[in-house]
Design a protein around this ligand. Structure first.
Ligand SMILES: Nc1nc2c(c(=O)[nH]1)N[C@H]1C(S)=C(S)[C@@H](COP(=O)(O)OP(=O)(O)OC[C@H]3O[C@@H](n4cnc5c(=O)[nH]c(N)nc54)[C@H](O)[C@@H]3O)O[C@H]1N2
Ligand SMILES: Nc1nc2c(c(=O)[nH]1)N[C@H]1C(S)=C(S)[C@@H](COP(=O)(O)OP(=O)(O)OC[C@H]3O[C@@H](n4cnc5c(=O)[nH]c(N)nc54)[C@H](O)[C@@H]3O)O[C@H]1N2
Ligand code: SF4
Ligand SMILES: [Mo]
Length: 731
């Protein structure tokens, strides 16, 4: 049977795979052993691509919902025409700001979509483009804006001797904290080579098992822990004084601001031993190369900007940035050639000038505040959002405050969803467009390289690139519309000129000036043409990358140049907002209520957010989100593994199924997001199965708008279904 090399695009790892095809359908996916650097790695989600592509519930058409709620298939061109007319009318009546786009993690599969959506939004004059980034790790971008970034980047994992991971589990998530190419193996190799790995996580994880030092604190205390580490490193003069003197400002102010964070203070509030914090500080400072990586754990908890900022301060204090004469990591292959310098990108304001109508928020370094979009839709008045296009996202299971999100989405004049599954969001739409899946579209690693511009993750540290043709056609008889194609055809139907922009930069700092290409609006560009367009200034021509079907590590070596003579930029150790946050955090007394548990977020290997639950080998019959607790916490509450419980926060409740997990600290409940809920359309009393039902907007970050989604106090009780209740019936 024919076999084709390709890559899985279900997450940003983009693992090289080999696909076996029978009768035009993918039937088997395995890791590509011929691909360099990845070692044939795949995860269960990648191996289940054939089941995902051939899923009986997959949306293979375009459909419209009538006023009675019934779905009818509609030819995609007809639907696009009707949507164009509706949007024109809404735009005319309410102004361009009333039209919004939300794009989520589904865009990892087909990266052209967000660029085309941006072109379309720019053509209609709306800036209301929101992404999942602002409810993921917005603090990464905010902190880099306030601290400044470094041209040549951080030391990559591969050359580091010291590494600290705060609230990430890269072995499972392949996202932050370890290289994308088989992170489990990379961590094991590093541990064997003696890497000083420090992990801060309230759980013992697949990642912390490789650590020399695992701090298992209460969640939400990372800022205090990092501040105490900084205090020790400064007091014991363990920092790189030469690097700081030449490249940073604010050491004296930072020293003063961390003074209240004595080891005793931090240890008491985080529930750690003082020795653990001292050991972490000394171990981190003793290394020569490495860095701190903060991820969703601290991002979802309190004071996320501050935690990420202090992580950057630790890097700067210890000089953990790549220096002149060293090999540049993250070299551009499909991005334009670039020679980095050993110098900072100057800090810039994290808050922009485009105001939201709610909560005093603005656009920010992390993008528009997605968590506030439901309020933007509900808040009456000029500029109210009336039309929303959702591409590769699932707001009903990802935005905070599910009840409010439901009200907001129902109140829209127009909701369009592009997805391959009838998600709870899609079920509320006016139009749903089925989309081709990964193996049905060409793809390249360009946008994964470009992750280095969004701060949250650095992409590939070595010169890796791959291109894949589409491996199979969409199922016969289907009417699928690719994300980019949707926005292009909508532009055509509205008589707009769309301009495609390639940008290469971090905030206001550019590596290479942006390049704008007016698109020929007379015919729909192919995916392949758009991939070419994305690469038209690449260091290695796309044609060369295409010659290596298994991907290739290109022989590119770029040496970091010294600071330019006209560069006087400095990294900022004492940003005013962050120093104020430090003073505020120092005064917060944290005594957890013994009747409450602290909710934290975590991921599992088999599902990706809300994707995969319906595939038998992945969902494995999980009907409710598992809520993991220490077995003694279960016992104390008279609960057994498998029991259903109600989790109640101050603002909402959900039903989950408990599981014992002795890797957790006591007093914590870890819940996975992305589970579909029993919010049956016709039963407003049905309880949610989604953790987003517990989150509200009352405690939100003033810059990015992300609310507290972890370290959230909740109460828990056994669920006893009442006779005739919706959930009772489900059971
Ligand atoms: N309480 C709580 N809230 C959270 C989180 C949490 O842990 N707890 N996690 C947060 C994080 S980190 C994130 S990133 C967000 C995620 O938020 P979202 O991105 O909104 O949610 P996903 O579940 O990832 O939805 C992705 C959707 O894209 C679809 N899809 C897949 N491929 C494609 C494609 O090529 N095109 C299109 N059009 N669709 C595609 C999938 O079927 C799926 O429905 O949620 C955030 N919200
Ligand atoms: N298999 C799989 N892979 C995925 C995803 C998925 O759903 N499944 N989702 C993708 C997405 S959208 C993202 S953003 C990434 C996320 O990738 P990661 O950020 O690595 O997410 P997690 O694996 O949940 O790891 C977060 C860790 O933080 C810990 N934690 C929770 N609260 C705190 C806290 O307050 N402080 C500290 N120090 N730790 C805390 C949790 O116990 C958990 O182990 O993964 C991506 N990859
Ligand atoms: S880690 Fe899994 S889901 Fe992510 S790209 Fe690799 S095989 Fe696909
Ligand atoms: Mo995410």
């Amino acid at each position: 049977m024919p076999q084709f090399a390709s890559m899985c695009r279900n997450c940003t790892a983009y693992c090289p795979i080999v696909v076996t095809v029978e009768d035009g359908r993918p039937i088997k996916v395995v890791g590509d052993r011929e691909a360099p650097a990845f070692g044939g790695y795949t995860c269960p989600k990648g191996r289940e691509l054939p089941a995902q592509h051939g899923h009986p519930d997959r949306v293979l058409d375009c459909r419209a919902r009538d006023s009675a709620g019934a779905w009818h298939p509609v030819e995609s061109g007809e639907a696009i025409g009707r949507i164009a007319a509706r949007i024109d009318a809404i735009r005319l009546q309410h102004g361009p700001r009333s039209v919004a786009v939300y794009y989520g993690t589904g865009n990892v599969t087909n990266c052209n979509g967000s660029a085309m959506a941006r072109a379309w939004m720019s053509a209609i004059g709306s800036r209301m483009m929101f992404s999942a980034m602002a409810i993921d790790k917005p603090a990464a971008n905010v902190s880099l804006a306030l601290h400044g970034n470094w041209h040549a980047g951080t030391h990559p994992f591969e050359v580091s001797d010291t590494w600290m991971i705060v609230g990430a589990n890269p072995v499972i998530a392949k996202s932050n904290g370890a290289p994308f190419n088989n992170p489990g193996l990379r961590l094991k190799e590093a541990a064997n080579a003696g890497m000083n790995l420090i992990v801060i996580d309230p759980r013992r994880t697949e990642t912390s098992q490789r650590a020399k030092l695992h701090l298992r604190p209460l969640p939400g205390q990372d800022a205090a822990i990092l501040a105490a580490m900084i205090r020790i490193i400064i007091a014991e003069q363990l920092y790189d004084a030469d690097f700081v003197a030449g490249n940073a400002r604010g050491l004296a102010e930072l020293t003063e601001a961390v003074a209240p964070f004595t080891t005793a203070h931090a240890a008491a509030r985080a529930g750690l031993a003082q020795e653990e914090i001292i050991a972490a500080a000394r171990l981190f400072a003793a290394g020569t190369r490495g860095g701190v990586v903060c991820a969703t754990g601290p991002s979802f908890s309190t004071d996320s900007n501050l935690t990420f900022y202090l992580g950057l301060c630790l890097n700067t204090l210890c000089g953990r940035w790549v220096r002149a004469g060293e090999t540049a990591p993250y070299p551009n292959v499909l991005l334009p050639a670039f020679t980095p310098r050993a110098q900072p990108y100057a800090p810039y304001p994290a808050v922009g000038s485009f105001p939201m109508r709610v909560h005093g928020l603005h656009d920010a370094a992390s993008g528009l505040p997605t968590a506030a979009l439901a309020d933007e839709i509900l808040e009456p008045g000029e500029g109210q959002v009336r039309a929303l296009i959702v591409m590769g996202g699932n707001p009903m299971l990802s935005w905070p405050d599910q009840r409010k999100v439901e009200r907001a989405l129902r109140s829209l004049d127009l909701l369009v969803v592009l997805d391959h599954q009838m998600t709870p969001t899609a079920r509320m739409a006016d139009y749903v467009f089925g989309i081709p899946l990964g193996l049905e579209t060409a793809g390249s690693t360009t946008r994964i390289e470009a992750l280095k511009y969004v701060g949250a993750s650095r992409g590939y540290s070595f010169p890796w690139a791959q291109y894949t043709d589409k491996i199979v056609d969409a199922p016969p008889g289907s009417d699928l519309v690719e994300d980019a194609e949707f926005f292009f055809r909508l532009g055509q139907a509205m008589g707009l000129q769309l301009n495609w922009t390639n940008s290469y930069g971090f905030g206001p700092h550019v590596e290479t000036p942006p390049q704008v290409t007016p698109l020929d609006m007379s015919r729909v560009p192919t995916t392949e043409e758009l991939l070419e367009l994305t690469c038209n200034q690449s260091r290695v021509p796309l044609a060369d990358v295409r010659r290596h079907p298994h991907g290739h590590v290109f022989p590119i070596e770029v040496i970091v140049e010294p600071r330019a003579s006209d560069c006087d930029a400095l990294l900022e150790l004492a940003d005013e907002t962050m120093m104020r946050d430090l003073a505020r955090v120092a005064c917060i007394a944290s005594a957890p209520d013994p009747d409450e548990l602290l909710l934290v977020s975590r991921r599992i290997n088999t599902v990706m957010n809300s994707v995969g639950h319906g595939i038998a080998a992945l969902g494995r019959g999980m009907d409710y989100a598992p809520a993991y607790l220490h077995p003694d916490d279960l016992g104390d509450r008279g609960l057994s593994a498998g029991d259903l419980v109600v989790l109640r926060s101050r603002s909402g409740e959900m039903i989950a199924r408990v599981e014992g997990d002795d890797t957790l600290r006591r007093g914590i409940v870890a819940v996975i997001h992305g589970f579909d809920q029993a919010l049956a359309d016709d039963d407003p009393t049905a309880r949610s199965r989604s953790v987003t039902a517990l989150i509200d907007m009352s405690e939100r970050d003033p810059i990015s708008g992300i609310p507290r989604m972890s370290a959230l106090p909740i109460r828990m009780e056994k669920y006893v279904p009442s006779a005739g209740s919706a959930i009772g019936n489900v059971l």
